[in-house]
Design a binder for this molecule. Structure first.
Ligand code: SF4
Ligand code: SF4
Length: 648
């Protein structure tokens, strides 16, 4: 039997068939992308994007956040880069004989000999890594991995490709029978083609899309929600009432998800048994788009109704409202898939188009509409925190360098008011030129936007931008990371451009210059809790660490869930205003922090302060106090040891 003619005939028929099926599946998915909504921002800054792609793919940077599986995936990825040349060579062998080689890689060239060694090493390493992946899934049963038939098929397929490659090589070198070698060769080539056909239909579509997905991701300002064109009368839908209202980039995310579960593993809602799992949201949307809605979307008939509503049929309302917008999922995702905007868009369509939202939000939305704050407090109460402190008003102090913008929580919440007093007292004592808006201060708009009430959010922002313009505001200091993020990352979309400082940044600078000498009453052991909106969203980690490190007698420690891996307090995304079932996120976080045996939990956000204080109280953790950085520096706080209550 002439094996080479057989190989050529079989593969001569199989290759065009496989390419046809592959192209058909890819084209269908590409046409579905085109049926989705446009992305609001132009794709620019190509240099930065190319750098990002190279870092993420060649260094496999984000995968190494989870070290062992990161190493495993990186070796499989690098191994496949080498083996792609091997695959081309083997298809060449089918038609030109087993002594075929790629130009420059002949057996008598140094490059060819080097490639042989590299290829053998790649086959061995990929085999070992696949076996390790199987152990993780089926022996160790790593919780974040779901053992679908898809996952098993892919692992067996890769293992099969490596084994047939080894058997073929053994046949070539005379270490096994020629029959085994030829059979292995044919099986290997057919296996590659089968894998090619399978790729676009399963979770390994990421092999094709991930480069584009990383390249096209929204750059910078990760804490920015897109601005809805509410004034454009031609726009009839807001958010994502149906699957085609996803942007094509959000749909590309769906194809790119590998179902690795890293997002869900880091999600505070998932960790506390809430309905929300970011991986599941992605997967539900993917299957709905490709399996249920493809025919309708590609029919071109715009009168056809979708088979289901996005909320509650594809994704439940509870899932959409469970999200704290903490971005732990996006930080963990190796492929830069976006979850926060996706979940927020579902809230937007629920609120703006259907008027549906959890009942407890009725009062919150009304408070923001009528009183300019979610507490619904009258403007005359806005300066209660400052009694006795003689804080200058910006309208009377036009030359003040900074606007001190407290935000609603720091202005109205009893506990957070103490932080506001400490901060204002510290700024005064340091001679910082600042003033406040007083009774004219209203909500920055963050809460309304996170809760999907974009109309109220935009109205608040527009009013603030106007007021800040009148008062010639250029620099803002705020103790609230949510206001910080909104001023910094969202106000530019509304024409408001300011230099924005979180109070930790300013205090750290004052300490660094030697001007601010910390009060030495801080003996004890402090654990740092990072606010999501200051830390993960805006990468401001250093100032709080510098401040605490400079305090005499204070031992500073961190939990393993800190900085980029920080765990939310449960208040973000407007969840502060929503009921939460047991187990509660703030309890979970407090339990984590208590593992470090602290006497103080150091925070830098009024929401975290409240959530963690409540958690400490609920769990009866006597002897542990939650204090803002400014209180730790000033020797003030909630507890009886607070010696320097400002204004006393
Ligand atoms: S933003 Fe936070 S709460 Fe929301 S899905 Fe991601 S990890 Fe979960
Ligand atoms: S969204 Fe990202 S992190 Fe989550 S399962 Fe998909 S690939 Fe993994």
């Amino acid at each position: 039997m002439n094996w080479h003619i057989t190989h050529a005939w079989i593969l001569g028929a199989a290759i065009p068939t496989a390419l046809f099926l592959f192209a058909r599946a890819v084209l269908l998915r590409f046409r579905l992308l085109r049926a989705c909504a446009p992305v609001p921002d132009a794709v620019a800054e190509h240099g930065t994007r190319i750098k990002e792609v190279l870092t993420i793919f060649l260094e496999q940077k984000k995968l190494f956040q989870d070290f062992k599986p990161g190493v495993m995936h990186a070796f499989i990825f690098w191994g496949f880069l080498v083996l792609s040349l091997r695959t081309v060579t083997m298809f060449g062998m089918a038609f030109y004989g087993f002594d075929f080689h790629l130009p420059g890689l002949g057996p008598d060239t140094l490059a060819g000999q080097g490639f042989e060694v590299l290829k053998d090493a790649a086959v061995a390493i990929v085999t070992l890594m696949v076996l390790y992946a199987m152990v993780r899934r089926y022996v160790l049963r790593v919780p974040r991995l779901i053992n679908t038939p898809d996952a098993l098929f892919v692992l067996l397929m890769i293992l099969g490709l490596m084994v047939t490659d080894m058997l073929f090589e053994a046949g070539l070198r005379g270490a096994s029978s020629p029959l085994t070698g030829h059979a292995a060769f044919q099986l290997h080539c057919l296996g590659i083609l089968a894998f090619l056909v399978y790729i676009p239909t399963g979770k390994h579509m990421h092999i094709l899309t991930s480069v584009f997905n990383v390249y096209l991701r929204p750059l910078h300002r990760s804490g920015r929600l897109t601005k809805l064109p509410l004034e454009d009368e031609s726009v009839e839908t807001f958010g994502t009432p149906n699957i085609e209202h996803l942007t094509w980039k959000e749909a590309l995310d769906l194809y790119t998800c590998t179902e690795c579960g890293r997002c869900t593993d880091m999600c505070p809602a998932s960790a506390t048994n809430k309905k929300l799992s970011p991986r599941d949201v992605i997967n539900k949307q993917k299957h709905f788009l490709v399996d249920d809605e493809a025919a309708r979307l590609l029919s071109g008939d715009k009168t056809k109704e979708p088979s289901k509503d996005m909320v509650p049929d594809v994704v439940s309302a509870q899932e959409a409202w469970d999200c704290t917008t903490c971005q732990a999922c996006e930080q963990a995702c190796p492929l830069n898939i976006s979850h926060v905007q996706r979940l927020n868009s579902m809230r937007r369509s629920e609120v703006l188009m259907k008027g549906k939202f959890p009942p407890e939000l009725k009062r919150v939305f009304k408070g923001m509409q009528t009183n300019g704050n979610p507490w619904g407090m009258g403007a005359e109460k806005r300066m209660d925190w400052a009694k006795g402190l003689e804080i200058p008003l910006l309208e009377n102090t036009p030359d003040a360098e900074y606007l001190l913008y407290l935000g609603c929580n720091a202005a109205f919440d009893d506990r957070a008011q103490k932080v506001s007093r400490s901060l204002a007292a510290l700024l005064k004592a340091q001679g910082v030129s600042f003033a406040v808006l007083g009774e004219s201060e209203t909500c920055c708009g963050e809460t309304a936007r996170r809760l999907g009430e974009e109309a109220v959010g935009q109205a608040l922002i527009e009013a603030n931008v106007e007021l800040f313009k009148e008062l010639k505001v250029k620099k803002i200091i705020t103790p609230c990371p949510h206001c910080y993020n909104t001023f910094k990352n969202e106000y530019p979309d509304f024409g408001g451009n300011y230099e924005v400082f979180h109070h930790s940044e300013l205090i750290s600078k004052l300490m660094e210059s030697g001007k601010l000498k910390p009060v030495d009453n801080s003996q004890g052991r402090a654990v740092i809790h990072d606010s999501c909106y200051l830390g993960r969203v805006n990468s401001v980690y250093k100032p709080s660490r510098d401040i605490l490190a400079a305090l005499p007698g204070l031992e500073v420690t961190e939990h393993e869930r800190s900085e980029k891996k920080g765990f939310c307090c449960g208040a973000g995304g407007g969840r502060f205003w929503l009921e939460e079932g047991e187990p509660r996120i703030n309890h979970h976080r407090v339990k984590q922090l208590l593992e470090t045996k602290p006497s103080v939990i150091a925070t830098s956000c009024p929401y975290c302060l409240k959530m963690l204080s409540d958690g400490i109280k609920d769990l009866g953790a006597a002897g542990v106090e939650v204090r803002d950085l400014v209180e730790i520096v000033s020797g003030t706080g909630a507890g009886p040891e607070a010696k320097n209550e400002p204004g006393n």
